[in-house]
Ligand binder design. Structure first.
Ligand SMILES: O=C(O)c1ccccc1NCC(=O)[C@H](O)[C@H](O)COP(=O)(O)O
Length: 253
């Protein structure tokens, strides 16, 4: 496993250690994905902010655990206007599972992102999804070959970055969808200025997603004004009623 290029919080190191031990799939997958760009275009046409709503049972920064059925939460998010969904499959620290991903993807017709800490190629073969997350910080020089390997299987790929260097690496690797994570995985704190600082350096032809820390209508507007084509929102939707929360945030413009 590529060691992170900088210190990370103990919780994140624990996540990485668990990810490194997780097995890969037995057979190479081939997926036919639901188009993320088409879902974003449809949302814009309907006057909705393109939001990827995240089914996130818990996390290192979540107080307690959401016990709602993931499929019920997912349907509520879609009913609330989510353009796409993100489903955590990381079990030890986020309460996620591949079964949750399978059930949610079967239950909805919007694109579903697999949110996990994928560290090697064989791990691409453990679950079907429409979009898969690759985190630049943890893949280092493996990012470009992993991006190619994911695309070869048919996945659309969301490459996650947090710094200018990671953004440059994602662009150099050929990423077409880039998520700027406002959460610093070294300290776990969140700063929306992260997206504002990096967005101007992203090419116009890249789909740019603001991830983490978006909680209010004003936050949504702030990220959209800074150039976000879409937003990935978890806690602010999971805390309370997912449909009402999603309606509020997708209707922010
Ligand atoms: O959310 C966490 O506590 C967390 C801790 C350590 C590594 C990653 C973490 N989150 C993964 C994510 O990127 C978020 O789940 C996602 O961007 C949504 O963030 P939010 O809307 O702030 O819940």
């Amino acid at each position: 496993m590529n060691e992170p290029t900088r210190e990370v919080a103990p919780e994140v190191q624990s996540i990485l250690d668990a990810a490194a031990d997780r097995p890969g799939g037995d057979e190479r997958l081939s997926v036919t994905p639901r188009s993320l760009s088409a879902a974003f275009t449809a949302a814009e046409r309907d006057g909705r902010v393109p939001v990827i709503a995240e089914v996130k049972p818990t996390s290192p920064t979540t107080d307690g655990e959401h016990d709602a059925d993931p499929v019920a939460a997912a349907k509520a998010m879609v009913d609330g206007g989510a353009a796409a969904l993100s489903v955590l499959t990381e079990p030890e620290h986020f309460g996620g599972s591949i079964e949750n991903l399978r059930r949610v993807r079967e239950a909805v017709d919007v694109p579903v992102l697999r949110k996990d800490f994928i560290l090697r190629e064989a791990q691409l073969d453990t679950a079907d999804s429409d979009v898969i997350l690759l985190i630049a910080r943890f893949l280092g020089d493996d990012l470009e070959p992993m991006l190619a390997a994911a695309r070869d299987r048919g996945f659309q790929v969301l490459v996650e970055v947090h710094t200018k260097d990671e953004l440059d690496a994602a662009i150099d690797a050929g990423a077409e969808v880039i998520g700027v994570n406002n959460r610093d995985l070294a300290k776990l704190d969140v700063d929306l200025a992260t997206f504002e600082q990096l967005a101007p350096d992203a090419p116009d032809d890249v789909t740019l997603i603001a991830e983490s820390g978006v909680a209010t209508v004003d936050d949504v507007r702030r990220m959209r004004e800074a150039g976000a084509d879409g937003l990935l929102i978890g806690s602010a939707i999971m805390d309370g009623d997912p449909q009402t929360n999603t309606e509020r945030l997708t209707g922010a413009e």
